[in-house]
Design a binder for this molecule. Structure first.
Ligand code: E4P
Length: 219
């Protein structure tokens, strides 16, 4: 886990939903996966356009997932993905083949986020492969009866001082975001709905309404 404040990413391929959030200047980049692309109706042929649109909208980095399952094919796909732009990071699932492909891609200087991470031992493997980071699935771990936040904490401890970041994913609500920040997680990616929820506090709204009323009364 890093000493820096936790970085925020958006987990979406929905440009109209993502662009206003990127325009706030608070989000580092955008993560995608095949399910997210399917939901947004983005065909593989349109990936280059999507990546460019996200960068134009203010994404500092865009994550695109490899879908091949054989090591050689994942490596070839990873090279195609990273060629989509200078700030594109390849996501590779935490399978045996995925780890082997990550090691080869990382050796060539390709940044790889090992994704669909559910256990500390996968964090160890990702670090050994030279991964840019890991994406543990907090919500899905909770769904499966594991303690997602505890797992992420342990992964952070294992990776402390290494080059491999923890980018927590599968976030179900805004409370999980602050719990991750409290345990000094490096980064988190969240849906646009969770991101929008971060901005909401009814006490702030009430205070602002009072300030506005007072300011009006003075004029
Ligand atoms: C991001 O990298 C993950 O693919 C994503 O957060 C998974 O989230 P889900 O459990 O909501 O599908």
């Amino acid at each position: 886990m890093g000493e820096q404040p936790m970085k925020l990413y958006l987990d979406s391929a929905d440009i109209p939903a993502v662009a206003p959030l990127l325009h706030t200047g608070l989000f580092e980049g955008v993560t995608t996966n095949p399910l997210i692309l399917q939901r947004a109706g983005v065909a593989p042929a349109h990936l280059p356009t999507l990546v460019q649109e996200l960068i134009d909208a203010g994404a500092g980095s865009v994550f695109v997932q490899a879908v091949e399952s054989d090591t050689d094919e994942i490596v070839a796909e990873g090279r195609r993905i990273v060629a989509l732009g200078s700030n594109v990071i390849v996501k590779v699932p935490a399978t045996r083949q995925g780890f082997a492909a990550t090691a080869r891609l990382a050796h060539d200087g390709v940044p790889v986020l090992v994704t669909a991470v559910y256990h500390v031992r996968q964090a160890i493997l990702a670090n050994s492969a030279g991964a840019w980071g890991i994406a543990p699935y907090v919500g899905r771990m909770d769904d499966a009866g594991r303690d997602g936040l505890r797992q992420v904490e342990q992964m952070g401890a294992v990776l402390h001082g290494s080059e491999t970041r923890v980018l927590a994913a599968s976030i179900r609500n805004a409370d999980v975001v602050h719990e991750l920040a409290l345990q000094h997680c490096d980064a988190v990616t969240m849906s646009t709905a969770v991101a929008e929820a971060l901005f909401i506090d009814h006490l702030t709204d009430r205070a602002v309404a009072e300030f506005t009323e007072a300011a009006r009364a003075l004029t």
